[in-house]
Design a protein around this ligand. Structure first.
Ligand code: SAH
Ligand code: AVI
Length: 326
C-alpha cells in the first residue's frame, strides 16, 4: 500500500477538535477578504495529499532538502551535542527526518524523538515507519498545535529541535519570529535548532511547484472545503472553486487561494450561517514565503539563536541552518 493510501485509511478523530475548526472557519470566512488558516489543510486526507505533493516532479522542495540531508547528515550530526534528543515541529510523516536519525544512530546508541503535528494520521505513520526502520529510536508523538511547546521540556538535554520542510514559510514574518522565540524560551544553553527554508529562485520553478499538471495541489487546496463539509456540515461544492496560486514578488511569497467560479451562497450548518461569494471572490488559504540566506540568518538571530552553519544544494534552491542557544 502506498503511503498516501495508508493515510487515507487511518481511522482517526479529526486532527483538531471540531470546536476549534468552527471558530477558525467562522472568523476566517467572516473577514474581507476571506481567509482560512493553513493548518486546517492537514486532516488525514490533507496529509495524504501533501505526501503525494512531495513526490510530484514539479515540487522541488522535498527532494532538494532530502538531497542536502543525504549529503550532509553526518556533518550536521558531528556538530550536535553528545547524546541529543530530537524534537520536531510539524513533523508530518517524518520521512526526511529518518535520514538524520539514521546518521545520529552512528554516533549514539538510541534517540528519543518527539514529533509534534496537528495531524494525528501523519504522526501515526511517522511512529510506525521510524520505529520499524530504526529500532533504537523511541518515538513520542505529540498531537497538537505550535501554540503549546511545553513538550520540548519533556525532551532530555541536550536537545535538537527540527523545523524543516520550509514549513516556517507558511507563517507571516512576525509569526515566524514569535514561534522561534517561543522555541528558544523552552530551550537551554547549548540546545540547537535545525531550520529548513526554501530560497527565492526562478519564478517559473516556484510557480510550477504550486500549479502541478496532475492537479494534486489543487485537490490539496480544495480539501479545505471538503473538510468543512464533513466536520461542520458545510454545503460547499468544491468544484465551484478553482485553485489559484501565484508568485507575489513584493512579499516574496507564493500565495494559494480558492476562487469562486460564480456567485453562490453556501450554508454551513454547524456555524448556523450562510456564506455569500461573488464571482471571482477568493478565500486566501496559504502563503509560502521564500527566503534568502541573509533573511533566514536574521530570523534565527532575532529569535535568540546564534547561527553555527548553513548548508545548501548546488543550485542554492533550499537551505538548512543550524542555530544554537548561547
Ligand atoms: N516536516 C514535514 C511535513 C511538512 S508539511 C516535511 O518536511 O515534509 C507541514 C506539517 O506541519 C503538516 O504535517 C501539518 O499538519 C503541520 N502543521 C501545520 N500547521 C501546524 C500547526 N499550527 N501546529 C502543528 N503542526 C502544524
Ligand atoms: C508544508 N509547506 C512547506 C508546503 C509549502 O510548500 O509551502 C505546503 C504546500 N502547499 C502547497 N504545496 C505544498
Amino acid at each position: 500500500m502506498i503511503r498516501s493510501e495508508y493515510l487515507n485509511r487511518v481511522s482517526v478523530p479529526p486532527s483538531i477538535p471540531a470546536m476549534d475548526i468552527a471558530g477558525d472557519v467562522l472568523e476566517g470566512l467572516s473577514r474581507t477578504p476571506k481567509s482560512l488558516p493553513p493548518k486546517l489543510l492537514y486532516d488525514a486526507r490533507g496529509s495524504a495529499l501533501f505526501e503525494q505533493i512531495t513526490c510530484l516532479p514539479e515540487y522541488y522542495p522535498t527532494r532538494t532538502e532530502a538531497a542536502i540531508l543525504m549529503t550532509h547528515a553526518d556533518e550536521i550530526c558531528a556538530r550536535l551535542g553528545r547524546n541529543v534528543s530530537v524534537g520536531e515541529l510539524g513533523a508530518g510523516t517524518a520521512t526526511k527526518t529518518r535520514i538524520l536519525l539514521r546518521s545520529l544512530l552512528r554516533r549514539q546508541f538510541s534517540v528519543n524523538y518527539f514529533p509534534l503535528d496537528v495531524s494525528d494520521a501523519a504522526l501515526q505513520l511517522a511512529k510506525e515507519e521510524v520505529e520499524r526502520e530504526l529500532r533504537a529510536v523511541n518515538v513520542h508523538p505529540q498531537v497538537g498545535d505550535f501554540e503549546d511547546l511545553t513538550f520540548l521540556e519533556l525532551q532530555p538535554r541536550p536537545r535538537l529541535v527540527l523545523y524543516i520542510g520550509s514549513s516556517i514559510g507558511n507563517l507571516e514574518h512576525h509569526e515566524a519570529i514569535a514561534l522561534l522565540q517561543n522555541v528558544a524560551r523552552h530551550l537551554s544553553s547549548g540546545d540547537q535548532l535545525l531550520l529548513g527554508v526554501d530560497l527565492v529562485k526562478d519564478i517559473a520553478v516556484m510557480h510550477a511547484a504550486y500549479n502541478d499538471s496532475a492537479g494534486i495541489t489543487a485537490s490539496f487546496n480544495r480539501n479545505l472545503l471538503v473538510r468543512i463539509n464533513r466536520e461542520l456540515g458545510g454545503h460547499f461544492d468544491p468544484d465551484a472553486f478553482c485553485h489559484v496560486s501565484f508568485w507575489n514578488e513584493a512579499k516574496s511569497r507564493i500565495e494559494l487561494h480558492l476562487e469562486s467560479r460564480r456567485p453562490q451562497s453556501v450554508r454551513v450548518d454547524a456555524l448556523d450561517t450562510t456564506l455569500r461569494f461573488h464571482q471571482g471572490e477568493r478565500i486566501h488559504t496559504e502563503n509560502s514565503y521564500k527566503y534568502t540566506i541573509g533573511r533566514m540568518k536574521d530570523l534565527l538571530r532575532r529569535s535568540g539563536f546564534e547561527v553555527e552553519h548553513t548548508w545548501t544544494d548546488s543550485d542554492c534552491w533550499f537551505a538548512l541552518s543550524l542555530g544554537v542557544i548561547i
